[in-house]
Write a protein that binds this ligand. Sequence first.
Ligand SMILES: Cc1cc2nc3c(=O)[nH]c(=O)nc-3n(C[C@H](O)[C@H](O)[C@H](O)COP(=O)(O)OP(=O)(O)OC[C@H]3O[C@@H](n4cnc5c(N)ncnc54)[C@H](O)[C@@H]3O)c2cc1C
Length: 393
Amino acid sequence: MHTQYTDDDATFRTEVREFLVHNYSDDLRQRMGNADTYRAALIEWQKILHKQGWVAPGWPVEHGGTGWTHSQRFIFDTERASYGAPDGNLFGLSLVAPVIYTFGSKDQQDHFLPRILAAEDWWCQGYSEPGSGSDLASLQTKAIRDGDDYVVNGAKIWTTNAHLADWIFCLVRTNPDAARKQEGISFLLIDMKSPGITVNPIISIDGRHTLNQVTFDDVRVPLGNCVGEENKGWTYAKALLTHERTATAGVSDSKRQLNLLKTYAAAEASNGRPIIEDADFQRRLAEIQVEMLALEYTELRVLSTVSRGGAPGAESSFLKIKGTEVLQAVQTLAMDLAGLYGGVLSTDANSAALEHEFGPQTRVSYMYGRASTIYSGSNEVQRNVIAKAILGL
Ligand SMILES: Cc1cc2nc3c(=O)[nH]c(=O)nc-3n(C[C@H](O)[C@H](O)[C@H](O)COP(=O)(O)OP(=O)(O)OC[C@H]3O[C@@H](n4cnc5c(N)ncnc54)[C@H](O)[C@@H]3O)c2cc1C
């Protein structure tokens, strides 16, 4: 992207690059890629970002945000992704935190926000249920008042990293008799150590364990863990979803995957010529790059609105659709490029035996990437949101 940066932006970009080189070590990178060491590595990285004051670019300054301009945010995200460094814990920093600092009580803000920043608590998201995905407002998990607590019963599904989490934020039904299904829902913060919570793994098509089903059997949750007003949780959940969709667009990360692909295509030969010189490959690459450039500018526009104090609106649905379509196009091209190597399961052992990192890694990204047009609200549902909010249908 040929953005004209100011001198200050250029200085900032150098500062970010130097920070990454000095702090995101090869050892940390390696531990991040291993399921057994991933959690500890991500916490360590988030603490490094926190110490630098860079952990929460999207937060208001008074709660620990960076106060960056939208171009600084863009620069940071682009540099971070191109260096292959992850964000901190998305569910804490980007999803539950905006709900807490916007709608939570002072006690909730004072307790949870510093812990989220410092990676003291790992969060997961309990929205979807076995019978409620796209039609989320039909959710059935109940929270009934009993003394100073709610008693929660029900099940959540597809809960990413629930097996690693300290806390879960949940939508629960507190008034089953409400006239509309969107009414009578509350937003609860639940300690994963509470008696009565069971986490069962779901192994996804990429062969990894990131998904879970979480069941609640008479789980007691203090009334003080309800965010905002009881029965108004749907309003807060909707606000959160716009942040989630914006985050899901993942433009910088798609760009990194595309750059890796280009490096590999330049090195790998077919019929004696590097694949990057193949006309059909170049056409597909060019199509993706054009889409990606348009997406980058759209993301900048949304970031600009947010940094002026606005919230991402229906544009977040547009970003989510195009962002995930571009991601899948990159991953499909990578699979075609990897050829037979893309059929190999990723384990340290077989990658080493093949001396071929690209194939197994590509397979995992491709397989998990199929889900990107489903999670954070499926792309079909996002088209409905756009039709209603923008076209007025
Ligand atoms: C990898 C992954 C991670 C996830 N992580 C989490 C998580 O951490 N926390 C969480 O709460 N949830 C999570 N989810 C769940 C996710 O949000 C839901 O899968 C998603 O909202 C779709 O719901 P569903 O699976 O019940 O599908 P359904 O709602 O049953 O949809 C099935 C199909 O019908 C289409 N469809 C449904 N309704 C409409 C409509 N009105 N118009 C047009 N088409 C429609 C959908 O687009 C889809 O293609 C995750 C899902 C995946 C795949």
